[in-house]
Ligand binder design. Structure first.
Ligand SMILES: Cc1cc2nc3c(=O)[nH]c(=O)nc-3n(C[C@H](O)[C@H](O)[C@H](O)COP(=O)(O)OP(=O)(O)OC[C@H]3O[C@@H](n4cnc5c(N)ncnc54)[C@H](O)[C@@H]3O)c2cc1C
Ligand SMILES: *[C@@H]1O[C@H](CO)[C@@H](O)[C@H](O)[C@H]1NC(C)=O
Ligand SMILES: *[C@@H]1O[C@H](CO)[C@@H](O)[C@H](O)[C@H]1NC(C)=O
Ligand SMILES: *[C@@H]1O[C@H](CO)[C@@H](O)[C@H](O)[C@H]1NC(C)=O
Ligand SMILES: *[C@@H]1O[C@H](CO)[C@@H](O)[C@H](O)[C@H]1NC(C)=O
Ligand SMILES: *[C@@H]1O[C@H](CO)[C@@H](O)[C@H](O)[C@H]1NC(C)=O
Ligand SMILES: *[C@@H]1O[C@H](CO)[C@@H](O)[C@H](O)[C@H]1NC(C)=O
Ligand SMILES: *[C@@H]1O[C@H](CO)[C@@H](O)[C@H](O)[C@H]1NC(C)=O
Ligand SMILES: *[C@@H]1O[C@H](CO)[C@@H](O)[C@H](O)[C@H]1NC(C)=O
Length: 622
């Protein structure tokens, strides 16, 4: 049995800094409406009940409570994010794994990965995964949304129609350390952002790696262009314009040096100001309950049954208008299945009463495969020493606390490249991406040893190039292992990584292009790269395939388990209502019918902003 390939070994895990949880769990604030006990809530009946105070859920909580005549309840399984250092400090992002802010899930053995299991971190706190993610802020290509518009038959999901929502979400602010690092000073400092609450920036603490990556992309682009080729490697100043191809600084939701989660930006400000918004934490939705008082021929759901412990008492809250599931790609299908909405035979096998046969629930699970290439480098400026030294960590923490500068003001990476495979490479197979301006894969750069199966060596300096398959054709599933324990029991998560051979081919191409990239003069002129860890130079394709199966994990972007579409088979309709029942909408990453070819959080925020308007419209709200 192979060990679970997990993150605790991967990326930075800063051992010396303890996880500091807010010692007072029952918070009493001036305007406090944050509850930890279901008995304390002032009412059992709300206009809207949102299940999950995650990335999408908090956008809805803030937008729907703008109407003072509507009472909104948010139910969150996890803990308060207030005062949790690994949530606030960008560099400590990966210190959340296996702590009280993580769901600690694991996949079933992955066949194409020699039966290894892979860890599935998910945020278990206010902010959900936006509180524990790497903060990379990519909007994706315009073709992603245009594809969703086509699949749903709703032009409201097109890139152009969504522009106004993008403007409401984020604001670009200069980096905290040295604004002059912005490569050729951008003409437009807004960098495709508007004036919303999420403060984004890039490279608060630039590393020596950043310029090498950017110079390399410019250099290869020049070479390709002077050979009369249309460049596959190129520099891009702003990858969020709708054409996302290219290498450059990516943006990060760490404006002014701290994490800008959906809790920090949407939920807490609303919670502190409004008396019509209640939030209940430490409480899991167990299932949704039907309304038996209606004569509707369609089943109507209007109650949420919750619990705080597996055998603990159950409480029920009623929604007058709607229940909105924002529990994420794992939580949302799990709750639907436990409520009798799912594939009939699966539910019957579990002894769950079938309310509506919906074969799509839990299916179409897609995830980004990720493979790290680690290189020994001729430098002593990487972050490896920081990762080894509690004293340096303490110093970096103090600097961050002082003025939000230094290495702790950034997470693992400042730069990335989005690339397409060469034309004609797929031998006539259908292009897996959303369109020709959409990348097939990614190269994400980190200036330290990112171990997947191996811990940081005691000596040496490293850089890591993370390869990601962005448009996976492999689809997996989420199913229940048992109905026992409800949402306290982990569902079976099967990503089926590499079950479609196209994904293997794309990953191989990413490995080859990484090799090409690092063979360019910015890396060779001063012998910067010494060797690759675990894979020799000039490795054969067979060796690369073996390396891939031994080392691939995923990059924590599951989507698709309650996907939207115009067809009856889709789980939700274009207005995000669960088909075949009344009273439930789904607003989170589970509705994406295909994988966004980017880091998806900004795509989730965009979805949620439009969803808020749809819900307001359908309920005739302000
Ligand atoms: C470690 C990690 C790194 C990542 N890095 C990046 C990155 O750098 N850039 C990027 O764009 N994306 C990144 N992502 C992905 C991104 O964060 C997610 O795609 C996005 O946050 C998903 O939003 P969501 O609203 O669908 O779900 P979530 O934000 O996960 O919210 C779901 C919420 O529902 C709650 N919940 C679940 N079940 C129940 C229940 N039964 N009852 C009550 N509450 C429940 C959860 O606790 C959670 O708060 C990363 C994710 C992880 C985990
Ligand atoms: C995840 O594991 C940590 C460490 O054991 C624990 O504190 C936390 O409660 C776990 N999360 C959940 C949702 O059980
Ligand atoms: C993976 O597990 C399956 C089912 O147990 C088994 O048939 C298969 O041989 C295993 N594969 C490897 C590479 O161990
Ligand atoms: C990158 O290019 C700039 C401008 O040409 C140059 O000043 C710098 O030394 C280069 N850096 C690296 C690491 O190649
Ligand atoms: C919350 O209230 C404070 C004080 O009245 C105000 O300054 C702030 O803008 C409000 N925030 C939001 C998000 O409404
Ligand atoms: C409503 O009716 C369904 C189907 O008959 C039943 O299973 C369920 O327990 C009833 N719910 C309530 C709250 O009475
Ligand atoms: C780092 O490397 C530089 C150049 O190789 C060298 O001058 C310097 O002494 C090294 N510093 C440390 C702390 O090893
Ligand atoms: C931030 O504080 C550190 C010391 O903790 C100092 O060295 C640095 O110059 C400060 N930076 C800014 C931009 O104020
Ligand atoms: C990758 O490179 C190897 C060796 O150079 C080559 O045989 C293989 O065809 C390439 N694969 C892809 C997908 O480009």
């Amino acid at each position: 049995m192979r060990p679970c390939s997990s993150l605790s070994a991967a990326f930075q895990v800063v051992s010396a800094i303890a996880v500091i949880l807010s010692p007072v769990l029952s918070l009493v604030r001036a305007e406090s409406t944050l509850y930890t006990n279901p008995n304390d809530l002032p009412t059992k009946e709300y206009d809207f009940i949102i299940v999950g105070a995650g990335t999408a859920g908090n956008v809805l909580a803030a937008r729907l409570s703008e109407d003072p005549s509507k009472r909104v309840l948010v139910i969150e399984a996890g803990v308060d994010d207030t005062g949790v250092l690994p949530v606030q400090v960008p560099f400590l992002a990966f210190n959340n794994e296996g702590t009280p802010t993580d769901w600690n899930y694991t996949t079933v053995p992955q066949k194409e990965l020699n039966n290894r299991t892979i860890s599935v971190p998910r945020g278990f706190c206010l902010g959900g995964s936006s509180s524990i993610n790497l903060m990379i802020w990519t909007r994706g290509s315009s073709e992603i949304w245009d594809h969703y518009a086509q699949v749903t038959g709703d032009s409201g999901w097109s890139w152009n129609a969504l522009e106004k929502y993008w403007d409401k979400i984020s604001t670009f602010v200069p980096p905290t350390s040295n604004p002059s690092i912005l490569p050729p000073p951008p003409n437009d400092l807004t960098l495709s952002n508007g004036d919303g609450p999420v403060l984004v920036t890039r490279a608060n603490a630039p590393t020596e790696l950043d310029w090498r990556v950017i110079n390399t992309s410019m250099l290869i682009q020049q070479e390709e262009e002077s050979n009369g080729e249309s460049p596959r490697f190129k520099f891009t100043e702003d990858m969020n314009t709708g054409d996302s191809i290219g290498f450059g600084y990516h943006q990060s939701a760490s404006g002014k040096g701290e994490r800008r989660s959906s809790a920090a930006t949407y939920l807490h400000p609303a919670l502190n100001n409004r008396s019509n918004l209640d939030v209940l934490i430490h409480t899991r939705a167990m299932r949704l309950v039907q309304d038996n008082s209606t004569n509707d021929y369609i089943p109507v759901f209007n109650q949420v049954e919750v619990a705080q412990a597996v055998g603990g008492p159950r409480f029920t809250f009623r929604a007058k208008n709607e229940i909105i599931l924002s529990s994420g790609s794992i939580g949302t299908p799990q709750i639907l299945l436990l409520s009798g909405v799912g594939p009939k035979s699966e539910l019957e096998d579990m002894g769950i009463e079938v309310v509506v046969d919906k074969p799509g629930v839990g299916k179409n699970l897609r995830e980004h495969a990720m493979l790290v290439g680690i290189y020994n480098v001729n430098s002593n400026m990487t972050s490896d020493d920081l990762l080894r030294s509690p004293a340096l960590q303490q110093q970096a923490l103090e600097q961050w606390q002082n003025n939000r500068t230094g290495r702790f003001a950034d997470s693992a990476s400042n730069v990335l490249g989005f690339m397409r495979i060469p034309d004609g490479q797929l031998n006539g197979a259908q292009d897996p991406t959303s369109g020709p301006h959409t990348p097939h894969f990614e190269l994400l750069f980190a200036d330290n040893f990112v171990g997947v199966l191996d811990p940081l060596p005691e000596q040496g300096h490293f850089i890591t190039v993370v390869n990601v398959v962005l448009a996976p054709q492999s689809t997996g599933s989420l199913t229940l292992s048992t109905a026992e324990g409800g949402t306290f029991t982990q569902p079976l998560i099967d990503y089926s990584i590499y079950s479609d051979p196209v994904d293997v081919q794309v990953m191989l191409q990413a490995m080859n292009d990484t090799e090409t990239f690092l063979s360019s003069s910015p890396w060779t002129q001063d012998d910067f790269i010494i060797s690759q860890v675990g894979l020799g130079r000039k490795a054969t394709s067979e060796e690369k395939l073996a390396f891939m199966r031994d080392n691939t994990i995923t990059i924590f972007h599951p989507v698709g388990t309650a996907s939207m579409g115009s067809q009856e088979e889709s789980v939700v309709d274009p207005r995000l209502r669960v088909r075949g029942v009344k009273g439930i909408r789904v607003v989170d990453a589970s509705v994406f019918p295909t994988m966004p070819e980017c880091h998806p959080q900004a795509v989730v925020y965009t979805l949620a902003e439009r969803a808020a308007d749809i819900i307001k419209e359908d309920n005739e709200m302000l």
